[in-house]
Each structure stands twice: as structure tokens, then as C-alpha cells.
Design a protein around this ligand. Structure first.
Ligand code: AMP
Ligand code: ZN
Length: 465
């Protein structure tokens, strides 16, 4: 199995640290808002990496953090006049709903930065002791030039960086390339006690600590979007390796951007759609299918036409599954007949082709094409006369390979109008009893099935997406 390693800029054979096991860490969201579909790209892709390893028989320890303390969270909390914790907890819940609708499995661990402060203080203290960090007026800085290999991931050179850097009059730092590990408390901000006074951690130290705490000093894979290569991942490597003297991660994987009009989708540019917004227009299984229809390292341009094409592609698979289920229910003969063995062989050959695609740096685009080839064979070779055994094998194969990609090959059953009315009634009851958690849960359940509720003065109205 080959993985493109950003560290070496080459595809390399995957050799796990521990046989049969994969330890992987993927940088998670800063929880201050709904995620946009650009943020969904690494979420979907790395979940697919995890699923493929599991399909190959590996036990995967998958860690993805929540950055639940950050300027953006604090600003939002101040805007709303609530605590930072209230904001982060709210958007962690919303993020988890998005994960579910994108068919992303929960990570083995989802640590929160604010619950790992002790570990961060410990690592920072260790770095100071080893001479890689120093404190000035309550701020702790990492001594970047002391770490000889700085720049090995992003292929940047400190002297070039320094020459290109804006000259900030920052008299505190010993060197303009030094970065913050701990910052002192500002008025009105959440803070924790530390040997350097009250304050909070810098962003990069979080991931170094959560990765080593949950996965160990050396891990197999560290991932995220390519904008994290520098400075975030470069700084993570410097902190962790200066501390442990070991290689932090063997393979560094980075997804390309999701663009819109060939420009990176981002909150700051304002050119984004949230996962929720897209979920109101299409089933989110379509968004997942769309993301995986390009190789993860290529940029992917978001457009309505491409999403519609993905929707039709997904429907082709779902129709094949629907037809195979119908055929299975109605088939007469149990065991394989003449020449059916050949069809099975063709399908098995395609299964191997699927694996070859995925073994080649997770080529999900080719893997999807292979599923289409299987669909084509089943459409042409399976008839009302086929045996149950052949039909079952073809059906199971499509379901299995779709599941490796997290693609929902079974069409969701449509709710009947009367079922919807019943659910709405239940929700009204719950609201009357002030059981808002239950009322919200019913609303979300309906939304997941494509039913949108609108509370109007005349009562509840509903529509299908
Ligand atoms: P952020 O909240 O900006 O730290 O982003 C969370 C994750 O989403 C990181 O792994 C980013 O690299 C990734 N990301 C952000 N924007 C995009 C985009 N337009 N396309 C692909 N990945 C993105
Ligand atoms: Zn990180």
C-alpha cells in the first residue's frame, strides 16, 4: 500500500509502527460556527482512509481533536454575551450532527483542548528545561532556530522566512521566527493557572500534546488540509520532536482545497456554503460522493453541475442495489448455474482492481469507477433467471465496497406523509411538556430524512428537500 508522504514528497510503502495497527491523528475543527463544505473535505477523506485500513484488517486508533479555545471562539462568545464554553459546546454538538449526516464514523477519541491543559503545561515545561523554549512576561516562546530540522515538512528555510517576514516590532521575542506556546491572560478571557501565570495555550501545542497523549510519541499518520502544512504542522513537528527526540509521524498526508470559482473556500473570504446549507438542497450522501470523486490531493471545484452529476452517479449505484434486492426476493434457484461462475470471477477481478486503486495513495476516484463497472456487469448479466447465490454475491460486493468509501448505496426509504404528521404531533407534545431536547431530536431526525419543518403562526408546516 502506497501513501504520498508530504515529508518526502514521494509515494512510499506504508509500514505501520505496530503490525496490524494504525495510529492516526487528524487536526479537527475550531468550534465557533457550523463547518463549511471545505472543512468537510478532510473529514470525509480521512474517514475513508480509516475505513479502508479497517477493511484491510487493521485496527485503527483514530484521534481528531476539538480546538475549543481560540480567539474566534472568544470573539463569538463576547458578541453573544455568553461564555466561550457555551459556544464551543454548542458547535461541537452541531459538528457531530454534520459528521453523522456525512456518514463519518466517530473517532476513537475526540479530545478537547481545554481538557488537556495539564499535558500542555507539562510539554511546555519540558521544552523550557531542554532549552527549546523561554518565558518573557508571561508568554512562552519556542526557540525555532534551536530545532535544526525546522522546515523539513514545508521545505521552507528559516533565513528565507525571516527575509520575507513583515518586520514586527516585537521586542519580547529573542528571534522573529519564534512562536508562542503559552500566552498570558487578557481581561475577560478564559485562563488556566500555569508556572508562567494565568493564561492559555497556543494553537500548535494542542495537537502535539493530544497526539502524544492518545497515540504515543511516534504515530503512523498525521493529516489535515494542505493549508496546515505551514506553520501548524511544521510547528507541531518542532515541538514534539524537540521534546521526545523521536519522529512524530511517519506519514504526513494533506488534502487539496475545495475551491469555488477556483478560489479556496474559506470563512474569511466569505465564499462558503455550510454543510447544513448544502444538506437542505441535496442528501449529504451526495456531498460525500462528490468529494471522493476526485483524488484527495487534487483541488476540487465546487459547482452545482458537478454536484448534480454526483447525484446521478450515486443514484445509478442505488438503483442497481434496489434492483438486485428485488431480484433476490423473486429469484427461484438457490445455487449457482452454468456460466454464473464467470460473472463472479469478473466481479472478484474488479474487487482486486478496487483495492489496487485504493492501495495507490487512496485513489477514490478510480475506486468509484470500479464500483460503476460492477454495476454495469450486474445490470447486463443479472436477470430474473439468475440464481440467488449470484445475486447475493453481486449485491454484497456493491454494498461492501460502497461502505469502504462510506457511500450510501441503499436509498433512504421515503417517509410517508402520515408518518411525518405523526412525528410532528409527537414533537408538539414534547414542546408542550417543555421537553425541548426531545422536540429538537425529532426535528433533526426528520431533517436527516429530508423533511424540513417550519414553525409558522398558523402551526407547523413541512416540506421535502
Ligand atoms: P480550519 O477550521 O480552517 O482550521 O479548518 C479545518 C480543516 O479544514 C483543516 O484541515 C483545513 O485544512 C481544512 N480546510 C479548510 N478549508 C478548506 C478548503 N477550502 N478545502 C479543503 N480543506 C479545507
Ligand atoms: Zn493540529
Amino acid at each position: 500500500m502506497k501513501i504520498y508522504n508530504t515529508l518526502t514528497r514521494k509515494k512510499e510503502e506504508f509500514i505501520p509502527i505496530e503490525e496490524g495497527k494504525v495510529r492516526m491523528y487528524v487536526c479537527g475543527p475550531t468550534v465557533y460556527n457550523y463547518i463549511h463544505i471545505g472543512n468537510a473535505r478532510p473529514v470525509i477523506f480521512f474517514d475513508t482512509v480509516r475505513r479502508y485500513f479497517e477493511y484491510k484488517g487493521y485496527e485503527v486508533n483514530y484521534v481528531s481533536n476539538y480546538t475549543d479555545i481560540d480567539d474566534k471562539i472568544i470573539n463569538k462568545a463576547n458578541e453573544e454575551g455568553v461564555s466561550a464554553k457555551e459556544i464551543s459546546e454548542r458547535y461541537i454538538k452541531e459538528y457531530q450532527k454534520d459528521l453523522k449526516s456525512l456518514n463519518v464514523k466517530p473517532a476513537t477519541h475526540h479530545p478537547r483542548a481545554t481538557e488537556e491543559i495539564d499535558g500542555m503545561i507539562e510539554m511546555i515545561s519540558d521544552l523550557i528545561e531542554k532549552g527549546f523554549a523561554y518565558e518573557k512576561n508571561g508568554t512562552v516562546y519556542f526557540k525555532t532556530r534551536k530545532f535544526d530540522e525546522y522546515g523539513k515538512l514545508s521545505k521552507k528555510n528559516l533565513d528565507d522566512l525571516e527575509a520575507g517576514a513583515r518586520i514586527a516590532v516585537d521586542e519580547e521575542k529573542e528571534d522573529s521566527m519564534d512562536f508562542v506556546l503559552w500566552k498570558p491572560k487578557k481581561e475577560g478571557e478564559p485562563a488556566w493557572d500555569s508556572p508562567w501565570g494565568e493564561g492559555r495555550p497556543g494553537w500548535h501545542i494542542e495537537c502535539s500534546v493530544m497526539s502524544t497523549t492518545y497515540l504515543g510519541e511516534e504515530i503512523d499518520i498525521h493529516g489535515g488540509g494542505e493549508d496546515l502544512i505551514f506553520p501548524h504542522h511544521e510547528n507541531e513537528i518542532a515541538q514534539t520532536e524537540a521534546c521526545t527526540g523521536k519522529t512524530m509521524a511517519r506519514y504526513w498526508m494533506h488534502n487539496g482545497f475545495l475551491n469555488i470559482d477556483n478560489k479556496k473556500m474559506s470563512k474569511s473570504e466569505g465564499n462558503f456554503f455550510t454543510v447544513r446549507e448544502i444538506g437542505e438542497q441535496y442528501p449529504l450522501s451526495v456531498l460525500r460522493f462528490f468529494m471522493l470523486s476526485a483524488h484527495y490531493r487534487s483541488p476540487i471545484n465546487f459547482s452545482k453541475d458537478l454536484v448534480e452529476a454526483s447525484m446521478h452517479g450515486l443514484e445509478r449505484i442505488q438503483n442497481a442495489v434496489f434492483n438486485l434486492e428485488y431480484a433476490l426476493d423473486n429469484a427461484v434457484d438457490e445455487s449457482l448455474k452454468d456460466r454464473e461462475e464467470e460473472v463472479i470471477e469478473k466481479i472478484e477481478a474488479l474487487n482486486r482492481k478496487f483495492e489496487e486503486a485504493m492501495d495507490d495513495d487512496f485513489n477514490t476516484a478510480d475506486a468509484i469507477s470500479v464500483i460503476f463497472e460492477i454495476v454495469k456487469i450486474t445490470n447486463s448479466e443479472i436477470t430474473a433467471e439468475s440464481s440467488k447465490e449470484l445475486i447475493r454475491k453481486a449485491l454484497d460486493k456493491i454494498l461492501l465496497l460502497s461502505d469502504v468509501l462510506g457511500i450510501e448505496a441503499k436509498k433512504e426509504e421515503e417517509l410517508l406523509d402520515e408518518d411525518i404528521e405523526k412525528k410532528i404531533q409527537e414533537r408538539q407534545e414534547a414542546r408542550k411538556n417543555r421537553d425541548f431536547a426531545k422536540a429538537d431530536a425529532i426535528r433533526d431526525e426528520l431533517l436527516e430524512k429530508g423533511i424540513i419543518l417550519e414553525d409558522t403562526r398558523e402551526g407547523v408546516r413541512w416540506k421535502r428537500k
